[in-house]
Design a protein around this ligand. Sequence first.
Ligand code: SF4
Length: 98
Amino acid sequence: MEKTKKYHVEGATLTIPLRYDKKSGRYMEVYPDFIKDPVYTPEGHPIMLTLEDACAFGEQKAANEPLVDCGSCRFYRQVQNALIGVCGCEKNRKNIVE
Ligand code: SF4
């Protein structure tokens, strides 16, 4: 059976497959392509990889810090001990129609 790790992120549940890495002797998380197949929180905020290239709506956390990826964006809410987080930018929020 495939090993997985579950994350509960602001109301969304993600199941991330794990792959054994012989070199490090550890299981590594295999994250999906969130650009190709977006996943949203119930509030409509997209889940992103920390290392995803910054988008056109991104903003620096501080004037002296470069904006290179989501992890360096002031809208990003990092999940602890993972390479995922939530984009809190309203321009990237999906309209939820219930
Ligand atoms: S966190 Fe959101 S707004 Fe910031 S760079 Fe990533 S996708 Fe763009």
